[in-house]
Design a protein. Structure first.
Length: 397
């Protein structure tokens, strides 16, 4: 089937996670991605976490469907090549500190003047303006500034982070959404290119639900609550007889009643003060204790069977091993396996969301460093002799 973003050209100047994740999302649906990496080591993500033959297996997932060229953006010759590539691009993605591209002559004002149709996605810690624009910002800092870190963890414990860089990927998804909106405005409504300003902290802040509204109206500062969901009950992790934990979400009114009957607490099921969430939230500790007393009598698998029969949402806490062996993941084809350049099969998330008529496609593996430098530069009009001279000068690799 036709790829929905086929023919859209993206110049990716970012590195690590946020910008490249946005570009990966576009690439999965057909966009052509030219990823610019620094000569030498390339994108630092190539060396992050667990390596196989010197390259991160994470790289294989993050950089699928991309072409890699090595180009030194710190020198005028490299900047000139990047500028010429931007003139032919629909989208430019970058996640440097604000002002970096301007220093290189590749800022929004300059590129928009040269290519009015260009859409520029800029992802940074704090955004392109404001008093903190020039500060370095990583996902962990953005998550903390957005209020997420404060409410994550056990009461009276050290604030903890999720074990992945949520702020980066959430910002990348916001960026991809912004690109699609800008493409629609340009191509369907006759508009021109525009700049999309995504801040890590704002992307996470956008997901914080009632955090600020409750403070603005009641002066309430939400506190960490461990596995519970404050103000929504019951929804928590409960102990099992085999030392594991089960997640139970019994916060729907009818679901709560079925759950209480299942655990032998008809008194709570019929209590009119617990018929709605606002009443249950006031007695969440009591309800959680009753559920935990029941779950602690059974092993995890037995609990899952009982809860499924009662139509109460419940689930195990998955590890990577659980994901890899789960029949539902397999049936939904939610896991893709792609061979790296050296032939290593690497399992990774497949393409989401699933479109019925124009589904995404993994067209090619992640590139080796500078694998497409010559092909891209030749297509851009440089001669083989010019590329050789630029390589000798260290501008390209």
């Amino acid at each position: 089937m036709r790829q929905i973003l086929a023919g859209i050209k993206v110049l990716e100047l970012g590195q690590l996670i946020a910008g490249p994740f946005a570009a990966k999302t576009l690439a999965d649906f057909g966009a052509e991605i030219i990823k610019v990496e620094a000569p030498g080591e390339g994108d630092p993500l190539r060396k992050w976490r667990m390596l196989h033959e010197g390259t991160s297996v994470w790289w294989q997932a993050q950089s699928r469907n991309k072409e890699s060229i090595c180009l030194d953006l710190r020198v005028p010759e490299g900047q000139a090549i990047a500028r010429s590539l931007a003139l032919e691009a629909d989208i430019l993605v970058e996640n440097f500190r604000p002002g970096t591209l301007e220093k290189w002559g590749l800022g929004w004002a300059e590129l928009h003047r040269l290519n009015p149709r260009l859409i520029m996605l800029r992802i940074s810690g704090y955004g392109q303006d404001g008093p903190r624009r020039d500060e370095p910002g990583f996902a962990a800092i953005g998550e903390a500034m957005a209020g997420l870190r404060y409410i994550t963890g056990e009461p009276d414990g050290i604030p903890v982070r999720a074990g992945i860089s949520l702020g980066d990927t959430i910002a990348g998804l916001h960026g991809a959404l912004g690109v699609l909106l800008a493409l629609y405005e340009r191509d369907a409504r006759g508009g021109e290119g525009q700049m999309i300003d995504v801040a890590l902290y704002e992307s996470v802040f956008n997901l914080t639900e009632s955090l600020l509204p409750e403070y603005s109206v009641f002066g309430a500062i939400r506190q960490p609550a461990g596995g519970a969901l404050p103000g929504i009950a019951p929804s928590n992790a409960y102990p099992c007889a085999d030392g594991q934990y089960i997640l139970i979400a019994g916060n729907g009114d009818s679901i709560f009643k079925r759950l209480m009957i299942l655990i032998g607490r008809s008194d709570l099921a019929e209590d009119p003060t617990l018929a709605r969430n606002d009443g249950r939230a006031k007695r969440a500790l009591e309800i959680d204790a009753a559920i935990g007393e029941w779950t602690s009598q059974f092993k995890l698998e037995a609990l899952l069977e009982r809860l499924l029969a009662a139509e109460v949402p419940a689930g195990r806490i998955y590890t990577a091993q659980d994901i890899a062996s789960d029949p539902h993941y397999a049936a939904r084809e939610a896991i893709a396996t792609v061979k790296s350049a050296d032939g290593l099969p690497v399992a990774m998330p497949a393409i989401f969301p699933k479109l019925s008529h124009n589904p995404g496609l993994i067209r090619q593996r992640a590139p080796t460093l500078g694998e497409h430098t010559d092909a891209v530069l030749l297509a851009a009009g440089l001669t083989a002799a010019q590329i050789t001279a630029l390589r000798a000068a260290g501008v390209v690799a």
